[in-house]
Design a protein around this ligand. Structure first.
Ligand code: AMP
Length: 123
């Protein structure tokens, strides 16, 4: 039997609604439902092949590069390209709750370089 869909597959398939701000062939960008900063969006590949970053292989190199370029493009679109934090939680112990690779963009808050570990631990 097929694995149950992740929340993000349901979003991508339109089974559940989301605030989508960008879409292309490979990825979507949505507003996070529980924002941790005034600007908090998620860059999500359409494929469900990569539950977490450490599962990615050489076959995903182009996709991974694409996701970073989308991050830059979206940061410009949102007007936060001078200051944002890009976060990937990898594994439950690191705060990952949805096992479908995604990149968080957090912006419009003050960042302290010593607070790098504090942004998305979901504490
Ligand atoms: P992570 O903890 O890194 O796996 O991040 C998962 C993120 O997905 C969290 O910040 C959640 O708030 C967010 N999230 C979960 N469900 C939805 C949804 N239906 N729409 C938008 N964001 C969601």
């Amino acid at each position: 039997m097929a694995n149950p869909k992740t929340i993000f597959e349901k979003v991508i398939d339109g089974d559940i609604s989301s605030e989508k701000i960008y879409e292309d062939d490979l990825a979507i960008v949505i507003k996070d439902i529980n924002p941790q900063a005034p600007t908090h969006v998620l860059i999500i590949p359409k494929t469900n092949e990569i539950p977490k970053l450490s599962d990615a292989t050489k076959d995903h190199q182009t996709l991974l590069g694409h996701l970073l370029l989308v991050a830059g493009k979206i940061s410009r679109q949102l007007g936060v390209d001078e200051a944002f934090r890009l976060i990937i939680n990898n594994g439950a112990a690191a705060g990952q709750t949805v096992f479908h690779l995604h990149l968080h963009i957090l912006a419009n808050k003050s960042f302290d370089e010593r607070s790098i570990g504090n942004d998305l631990g979901h504490d």
